[in-house]
Ligand binder design. Structure first.
Ligand SMILES: Nc1ncnc2c1ncn2[C@@H]1O[C@H](COP(=O)(O)OP(=O)(O)OP(=O)(O)O)[C@@H](O)[C@H]1O
Ligand SMILES: [Mg+2]
Length: 622
């Protein structure tokens, strides 16, 4: 996550809702969007995954080649037995037959041993590839910017790293071996047949033409179906994850029946695409068998005539039929392989598209450094220099924004809902970059700051205080991982969180996930506050950070802040105007602009919007 107080801003925004509701004819804009990776991204991804394993891949290929040679020797030995060893036996010489039997046995044993080696080796390669791929997806997803995650739901990411990786596993597990085996046996058997008998060989090779046409048409049609199927599966997972993430509003608004209906639509779509895939597969299998059996029948018929004529040895015909069976047997499995090839291709393309996304808030190539802080001045100056900003999906939120916050100033930002206060905060924490203009920290553009420096410099605490799995102490220590238990406790005490933490069953060692229900929203905010205190940033942003606290709790935090914030630059966004009392300066925002700016006492005494707000607020208290 980004800031030590990492929260998921706008997590509750129903990103996928219109899509999920769009029953049936769903074109997934985000998925489509992401597929547009650079051309060749999929092949490049596969190459980069296999490159470090090149030696082992080559060794596995060699084992497979030798194994095929051992296996393909079988029918040749049978032909030899029929045409040479049997006549020799009749003549009283059992030597050739014994040699053939021994040779056959040797080939079987060698083939088995080689296959054993191949399976072990290729399984290792597969494991390494999948491990690396999952790791890459996770690292990359984490590195992508906030705006990406607002568009691409977590369900979709889960689907990338589960079903999509899984379909690649199927391909690498058996599919690739099948393909290599099939291609090898096609080549070696064709050559063998042509060598045994030119005419029979030509018939066998001729049958490849309709087979290849069949395979191509299958690939084209199935490719489309598999892409649809994997999108449909992702939609099912997205709906699942989204519903369970929002289980509380689902309950509160009795959305269960509507969700069930939506889910049924998505599920049915997945089932339909699955059915389409099976249908394509069935057509292919039936078609290929028809071609294969026709070819075998033709060869038996023609071969038998020639044996009767005396132009073909019986052993050669027997070997040819055995070879043909071996040739056509794997065709069904080739269908299955094409199956996994298609779905793995669709999956890999999606993964490659995801991995090709670049963060919209990139790390600087040559990061700048901030000047060292004077110890009596732990704050930094913040400047918004002609900043314009709009979210990807909407119009301009901040039209042209200029603001200077001197180091050490505590600024309260107030304004109506949707005025752009949180947007201002998120730009300062660099969750987004401005579309024009610059945000400067002590004169350095945020875009030029190394990420660790930025995270140390600017910390944001928001309303949705997020706790990670782990203990309370660990959650506070996210602010500064090197902190000792004493420092953690001191931060908690300063903020007034110590009492409730000490009262938990295991105190600071209470697991927040297991005890999630015991920690209230306000208590979570206190933990997030302690985390921010411990992080000790030069610029602290509080966006509705005390909104869940009761009045005494908020007072305690304010008292703590008065000492903690001394000398630091602080941006405090709050609807409750009590927070304003600790501010040196108040900004009133409307429609992305600052409409009032001044010391609180001065604004309250005036006749402007803040004076109005403040009066209304005071009246509401009495
Ligand atoms: N992630 C987002 N994607 C698209 N538009 C957004 C996003 N976040 C906010 N907006 C829009 O930007 C505008 C300003 O939102 P912002 O969250 O900055 O308001 P705010 O002043 O913090 O309001 P509040 O007091 O309700 O928190 C709003 O019109 C909002 O709809
Ligand atoms: Mg806000």
């Amino acid at each position: 996550m980004t800031a030590p107080t990492a929260t998921a801003p706008d997590r509750e925004r129903p990103e996928g809702e219109d899509r999920a509701r769009g029953s049936g004819a769903v074109v997934d804009p985000v998925d489509q969007d992401l597929l547009a990776g650079p051309p060749g991204a999929t092949a490049a991804l596969l190459r980069s995954l296999l490159a470090p394993l090149r030696a082992r891949v080559a060794a596995a290929a060699l084992l497979l080649l030798l194994q095929q040679a051992a296996v393909q020797a079988g029918p040749l030995l049978v032909a030899y037995a029929i045409d040479r060893a049997v006549p020799a036996l009749r003549a009283g010489d059992s030597g050739p037959l014994v040699a053939v039997a021994a040779g056959y046995l040797l080939c079987s044993v060698a083939g088995g041993a080689l296959q054993y080696g191949f399976i072990i080796l290729s399984a290792r390669v597969n494991q390494d590839v999948l491990l690396e791929l999952r790791g890459r997806i996770f690292r990359h997803a984490q590195a992508l910017s906030v705006d990406f995650h607002e568009r691409y739901t977590s369900g979709r990411l889960i689907s990338r790293s589960t079903t999509d990786v899984e379909s690649l596993r199927e391909l690498l597990g058996d599919g690739l071996q099948e393909l290599v085996t099939v291609v090898l046996s096609f080549v070696s058997i064709s050559l063998m047949l042509l060598w045994l008998d030119l005419g029979l060989g030509a018939v066998a090779v001729g049958s490849f033409v309709p087979l290849c046409l069949l395979i191509r048409s299958y690939q084209r049609r199935a490719g489309r179906v598999y892409a649809e199927r994997s999108t449909a599966m992702a939609a099912v997972i997205v709906k699942f994850v989204e519903t369970l993430n929002g289980i509380r509003p689902v309950r509160a608004f009795r959305r269960e029946a509507a969700n069930d209906a939506d889910f049924a639509v998505l599920n049915a779509r997945h089932e339909r695409t699955n059915g389409d895939a099976l249908l394509e597969m069935a057509r292919y299998v039936v078609g290929s068998r028809l071609v294969a059996n026709t070819a075998v029948a033709g060869i038996v018929l023609w071969g038998a005539y020639r044996v009767a004529e005396g132009t073909l040895a019986l052993g050669v015909l027997a070997a040819a039929v055995l070879y043909l069976r071996r040739l056509y047997d794997p065709i069904d499995r080739l269908g299955m392989f094409l199956n996994s090839y298609q779905s793995a291709g669709a999956s890999l393309e999606k993964i490659a598209g995801l991995l090709a996304q670049t963060p919209s808030v990139p790390e600087p190539a040559a990061p700048g450094e901030l000047p060292p802080l004077a110890s009596e001045h732990p704050g930094r100056e913040v400047v918004f220099d002609a900043v314009s900003f709009g979210y990807r999906t909407g119009g301009e939120v901040l039209p042209r924004f200029d603001l200077v916050l001197p180091a050490g100033q505590t600024v309260a930002v107030v304004g109506s809902t949707g005025a752009g206060k949180s947007t201002l905060a998120k730009l300062l924490a660099r969750f987004y970059d401005p579309s024009a203009g610059r945000v400067l920290l002590d004169g350095t553009d945020l875009r030029e700051l190394a990420v660790p420096e930025l995270r140390r410099g600017v910390v944001m605490v928001t309303q949705e205080a997020f706790l990670f799995s782990g203990t309370v102490a660990e959650n506070i220590a996210i602010g500064r991982p090197s902190a000792t238990r004493e420092e953690i406790e001191r931060a908690a005490r300063a903020i007034g969180a110590h009492e409730f933490i000490a009262a938990l069953p295991d105190g600071y060692d209470t697991d927040v996930r297991k005890r999630g229900g015991r920690i209230s929203a306000g208590q979570r905010q206190l933990v997030a506050f302690a985390r921010a205190l411990l992080a000790d940033p030069a610029v602290l942003i509080l966006d509705e950070a005390t909104s869940s606290l009761d009045v005494p709790g908020e007072r305690a935090v304010q008292r703590a802040m008065a000492t903690v914030l001394r000398g630091r630059t602080a941006v405090v966004i709050a609807h409750r105007l009590s927070t304003v009392e600790i501010a040196d300066r108040v900004l009133v925002m409307e429609g992305g602009r600052i409409v009032e700016d001044g010391p609180p006492a001065e604004l309250i005494a005036g006749t402007g919007r803040f004076a109005h707000l403040h009066r209304a607020w005071r009246d509401s208290l009495s």
